[in-house]
Design a protein around this ligand. Structure first.
Ligand SMILES: C[S@@+](CC[C@H](N)C(=O)[O-])C[C@H]1O[C@@H](n2cnc3c(N)ncnc32)[C@H](O)[C@@H]1O
Length: 248
């Protein structure tokens, strides 16, 4: 087994693989109250699909859920079937950097905890041509909330995500990519601790227990544990911010 297989083992047990909650997603969705009937929405980097299911349930539109990790898409399709949402939700294994979606065809783009894989501004620029005129976008991105991070934070995030920016720099990136900002809000602490890190901790403990003699599995567990512990000690210095905007 390699490092990626152990990481998938941890995350494939979870129903969301980043900070967030239905309450925060609904708060963001309420800002797009002028959506047409049956809006066409893409959820990029949907993972296990918490947000795709929510968007399907709330809008009863056409939600295209795009994810590169096939097991997530298989599980999401089964869950949509069980919850009676298959007619609204279309899970697809694809690259969100080259999505198989026609230009100017979307009423809304959604992406929680995934745009960093493309780069924040680059992702915004790549996705803009897919939107209909004046259509909206809602993305979350981990963001520095202080100009002076503690040394422990600085060290960890410089290694894990050196491109992390301040809120002001991200707002500038939104505008530079051709959008008009509607609102930003920071996800509350429970979106990390209760909705993400509590199930992640259970899954990390399971990995440790399942592979007691595998140094690589224990190492993966230690890296994930370090992120949880750092949040406990210095989590007020950074946060996940929702950036809500529409095509300028
Ligand atoms: C941190 S997870 C967040 C998942 C989900 N949005 C959530 O909040 O639970 C990021 C997801 O983006 C997916 N991803 C990364 N690069 C991708 C790409 N180029 N195309 C599609 N999905 C991608 C990963 O496989 C992962 O499932």
């Amino acid at each position: 087994m390699d490092e990626m297989s152990y990481l998938f083992e941890v995350f494939d047990r979870m129903t969301q693989t980043g900070p967030g909650s239905d309450a925060s997603s609904r708060r963001a969705l309420r800002r797009f109250s002028d959506l047409p009937d049956r809006p066409r929405i893409a959820d990029f980097g949907c993972g296990p699909g918490r947000t795709s299911l929510l968007l399907a349930r709330e809008t009863q539109g056409e939600v295209i859920a795009i994810e590169s990790h096939a097991p997530c898409i298989d599980a999401l399709a089964r869950r949509a079937e069980r919850e009676g949402l298959s007619r609204y939700l279309f899970p697809m294994v694809a690259d969100m950097g080259q999505p198989p979606i026609a230009p100017k065809s979307l009423d809304l783009i959604w992406s929680e905890g995934a745009i960093y894989f493309l780069g924040f501004q680059r992702g915004l620029e790549l996705w803009r041509p897919l939107l209909k005129t004046r259509a909206g976008i809602a993305v979350t991105e981990i963001t520095w909330l202080t100009d002076h991070p503690s040394p422990a934070n600085d060290r960890f995030w410089r290694r894990e995500y050196p491109a992390m920016q301040s809120l002001a720099a991200n707002v500038a990136a939104v505008e530079q990519a051709g959008y008009e900002l509607i609102e930003t809000f920071t996800l509350p602490p429970e979106d990390w601790s209760l909705h993400y890190y509590t199930p992640l901790q259970v899954s990390i403990d399971q990995l440790r227990a399942d592979h007691p003699d595998e140094p690589l599995a224990q190492q993966c567990a230690a890296i994930l544990q370090a992120e949880i512990d750092l949040y406990g000690a210095h989590g007020t210095e950074y946060g996940y911010v929702f950036y809500l905007a529409r095509m300028a």
